[in-house]
Design a protein around this ligand. Structure first.
Ligand SMILES: C[S@@+](CC[C@H](N)C(=O)[O-])C[C@H]1O[C@@H](n2cnc3c(N)ncnc32)[C@H](O)[C@@H]1O
Length: 342
């Protein structure tokens, strides 16, 4: 038997510095996600200051809220002024802009990340072998798409008026609510496989007072069948779920199916984050490592950009334009139309 020689580095090299920072960063990431859900970030964004603690809100434990602020202070997102007040710190604006990524990562995917050793076992990898909080995934995705992706949508839909839009994997439903607000004649239909997302989107439609103008259906986009409410759809959108169409043959089959299910569709606006080919490095952007790792854990294939183009061509969709996005990094929005009329 050979004995393993271990060399213990001087504790001074890891009790402070980069390795210690990895540890504290994890806690700060969970604090950002918690602060988002508890409304602490919104409050600071509105007023610039908040009480250091629950501020008299007896529903919240004072010490827990303080511990969230302490972790955010470490990350320079807030500054604890004295034992009574918290103000925004130098990293606040950037962290606020990125809050959706943290909420997606921690609240949406945290359980699956912490379960990685189990998910690595081939014998467990079938059926419903992992769990994610799909409500949090949907809310995080909405925040991630707010801004650049939504602005692109507004621009594209403004070019040709939309009469009826179907959003596939509609998540929070906010895109449809937004389209309905900007296009008063438009009708909207959402489809999502998750009951949590369907509830969220249904509530969003009700809160916006959309009545019969917006309906939400629970269904698997990969197995969608024609329905009367799909017959008049002229615009199909699909944001941050296209990778669920894959692997290749399944993607081509789903893209072909969409042409049958939405026979009057004049355009398909598909936006997703693609797989990068490079090894992560110091300048790897936000999201990439989390997005690629979680899909490996879940066993979901992520296509690269050129694979999408091949699938569009084979499935009879013409790619009229491609827009790359900065937020999310490695994101692409494809404007597609049927290559031939149905
Ligand atoms: C990352 S979220 C994106 C949500 C939304 N499109 C957005 O832009 O905010 C992906 C959504 O797709 C849904 N989804 C995943 N696979 C699906 C499938 N096969 N059929 C229908 N919905 C699906 C998930 O439940 C989730 O709500």
């Amino acid at each position: 038997m050979t004995s393993v020689q271990t060399h213990s580095p001087d504790p001074a090299t890891w009790t402070r510095g980069p390795v210690a920072d990895i540890f504290s960063s994890y806690v700060a990431a969970t604090a950002l996600s918690s602060a988002q859900e508890l409304g602490l970030l919104d409050r600071l964004a509105e007023t610039g200051a908040a009480p250091f603690g629950n501020g008299g809100d007896e529903r919240l434990n004072d010490e827990v809220v303080q511990s969230v602020y302490r972790a955010l202070h470490w990350a320079e997102v807030v500054e604890i002024k004295d034992e009574e007040t918290v103000v925004t710190g130098p990293a606040f604006d950037a962290a606020f802009a990125a809050r959706g990524y943290f909420y997606w990562l921690v609240r949406g995917c945290g359980e699956a990340f912490s379960e990685a050793p189990r998910l690595a076992l081939e014998e467990v990898r079938s059926g419903a072998f992992y769990r994610r909080d799909m409500r949090a995934v949907a809310i995080g995705s909405r925040l991630i798409g707010d801004g650049e992706v939504e602005a692109l949508f507004d621009e594209i839909l403004a070019r040709t008026p939309v009469r009826k839009i179907a959003d596939l994997g509609c998540g929070s439903g906010q895109r449809l609510v937004r389209v309905a607000g900007r296009h008063p004649e438009a009708r909207c239909v959402g489809v999502d496989i998750s009951s949590a997302s369907v509830r969220l989107a249904t509530d969003a439609a009700r809160e916006a007072g959309l009545g019969e103008r917006m309906t939400v259906h629970q269904g698997d986009v990969l197995r969608l069948e024609p329905r009367p409410e799909f017959a008049e759809v002229d615009t199909v959108s699909c944001v941050f779920m296209g990778h669920d169409f894959w692997p290749y043959d399944s993607c081509v089959a789903t893209l072909e199916r969409l042409r049958r299910v939405f026979p009057r569709a004049e355009r398909l606006v598909l936006c997703d984050v693609v797989r990068t080919q490079e090894v992560p490095r110091a300048d790897t952007p936000i999201f990439q490592l989390g997005f690629e790792t979680i899909h490996a854990l879940m066993g979901v294939y992520l296509p690269a950009l050129e694979e999408w183009h091949k699938a569009f061509a084979e499935a009879g969709w013409r790619c009229d334009a491609v827009h790359s996005t900065t937020t999310p990094p490695n994101g692409y929005l494809f404007e597609l139309s049927p290559a031939t009329r149905n």
